[in-house]
Design a protein around this ligand. Structure first.
Ligand SMILES: Cc1cc2nc3c(=O)[nH]c(=O)nc-3n(C[C@H](O)[C@H](O)[C@H](O)COP(=O)(O)OP(=O)(O)OC[C@H]3O[C@@H](n4cnc5c(N)ncnc54)[C@H](O)[C@@H]3O)c2cc1C
Length: 417
């Protein structure tokens, strides 16, 4: 089933009766070449690129709940390539390029909108840091424009330029950044993987990983054992729990991040705006809701919901930055379980167990990484070699201390990245 303008028109005139489910609902087979644990964005994109780029088909994605129920359907949809450090900058640049061809590639409308992102700064020191980051982005081949206070005022006149506690000095503008519809990304990859023969198995929690003589042999699930030559752990916020099934202790802490959406409004916010000093960021969805969030809830937890002190903090920050926001009514808030790594950067690697691979440590930023992560992880699983865009996301950097990619300069404190 392919989507096209003609097809949409035809279905519109015939009561939308011709659409079929986007993917099959297969029973798990007793054995696969590759089993992927986790049907979030990263698990699905890994399966898709394994099939598309490496011709592998005997693959299962095992998901404990339903496709799109994890962080892939809970994030605030920001897509960007504005990283400073080597390791991250080439990786996110690779990912953004994949985003730019994604809708055609998947034949799926993921509503990728390059509306631009503005990171605000509030002092001379922050301006210097933004200029350095912008230069790194440009030298990586991405785009960045340093906006002064008056240029910023022209673009976003509704910000509080008069008496904000942290005065507005300007912003780092990244025009190719933007947003995409998060669950459409999951659905598009799921459909693409399914069309290439991948089995997507929902309601199939993995409860154990079978290892013999240092080699992975398969997994135990609530729907029975499944043998596999290779197993990839892609469980985001639950990565530590899954890795523990293989006797591994990952350097990951799971923390809650909340997000909020208001009632639908006419277009008021053109770009994505981030206010780091206040812990607040915002964009407007195509449906009109203001989508915004702030910082972590600051305690480790596996509950996909948050608490009121953070709600209050985020609302205060929003009111301080753009007082007009006080007129909007908040419709919903929710939380997701973030896999926070000690340096704030991801892990995409083999493990010491033959045939067992790990992909985690996405912190707040794994949505924009979905295409890049899937493509480089598939490359690693299929060929055994690191993809050129991801040579530095090694697990052992936390054991040796070499190759740490600490964008924020916060040191080894998971919840500060
Ligand atoms: C509120 C919020 C806002 C965010 N905003 C942004 C943003 O604007 N931009 C951005 O880039 N990133 C953002 N993120 C981060 C991003 O959503 C995540 O980093 C990314 O989605 C994580 O990867 P995933 O999609 O594979 O995770 P998930 O969708 O969580 O996938 C992991 C899957 O593994 C499954 N699983 C776990 N254990 C097992 C098991 N034992 N057996 C089988 N399956 C299992 C889970 O059910 C889950 O579906 C945000 C996150 C949150 C919560």
């Amino acid at each position: 089933m392919r989507f096209s303008g003609l097809r949409v028109l035809k279905e519109g005139f015939t009561g939308n009766k011709g659409w079929r489910p986007h993917w099959r609902d297969p029973e798990p087979k007793p054995e696969y070449d590759i089993v992927i644990i986790g049907g979030g964005g990263h698990g699905l994109s890994t399966a898709y690129y394994l099939a598309r780029d490496h011709g592998l088909k005997n693959i299962a994605v095992l998901e404990r709940g339903y496709i799109g129920g994890g962080n892939i359907g809970r994030n605030t949809t920001i897509v960007r390539a504005n990283y400073f450090l080597q390791g991250n900058s080439e990786f996110y640049s690779h990912s953004l390029k994949l985003w730019e061809g994604l809708e055609e590639d998947l034949n799926y409308n993921v509503m990728h909108s390059q509306r631009g992102i503005i990171n605000l700064f509030h002092s001379d020191g922050q301006r210097d840091a933004a200029a350095r980051r912008g230069n790194m982005m440009i030298s990586q081949g991405d785009d960045a424009i340093l906006l002064g206070r008056e240029e910023l005022r022209k673009m976003v006149p509704y910000l509080n330029f008069d008496d904000l506690r942290f005065p507005l000095y300007g912003g780092l503008y990244h025009p190719r950044g933007g947003t995409a519809r998060h669950d459409a990304v999951a659905w598009g990859y799921a459909r693409g993987a399914d069309q290439r023969g991948v089995d997507l198995i929902q309601n199939c929690e993995v409860t154990g990983i079978d290892i013999e003589n240092g080699k992975v042999k398969g997994v135990q699930t609530v729907r029975g054992p499944i043998r596999a030559k290779k197993v990839a752990m892609v469980a985001a916020g639950r990565s530590s729990q899954v890795a523990a099934m293989a006797g591994m202790r990952l350097p990951i802490e799971s923390h809650i991040l909340q997000a909020f959406v208001t009632e639908g409004l006419k277009p008021v916010i053109d770009n994505v705006i981030t206010f780091g000093m206040g812990h607040f960021y915002i964009s407007q969805s195509d449906k009109g809701g203001l989508v915004f969030g702030g910082d972590l809830d600051f305690y480790a937890s596996y509950a996909a919901r948050g608490n009121l002190p953070t709600v209050e903090h985020v609302m205060e920050a929003g009111m301080a930055l753009m007082p007009m926001i006080g007129k909007a009514k908040v419709l919903r808030s929710w939380g997701g379980i973030m896999d926070m790594s000690p340096d704030g950067s991801p892990i995409i690697d083999k493990t010491h167990i033959d045939g067992l691979y790990v992909n985690c440590g996405w912190n707040y930023g794994g949505f924009k990484a979905v295409p890049g992560s899937g493509s480089v992880f598939a490359h690693l699983i299929a060929t055994g070699n690191y993809h050129p865009a991801s040579t530095r996301h090694r697990l052992d950097r936390f054991r040796t201390g070499r190759g740490i990619i600490d964008e924020e300069g916060k040191g080894s404190q998971h919840n500060l990245h």
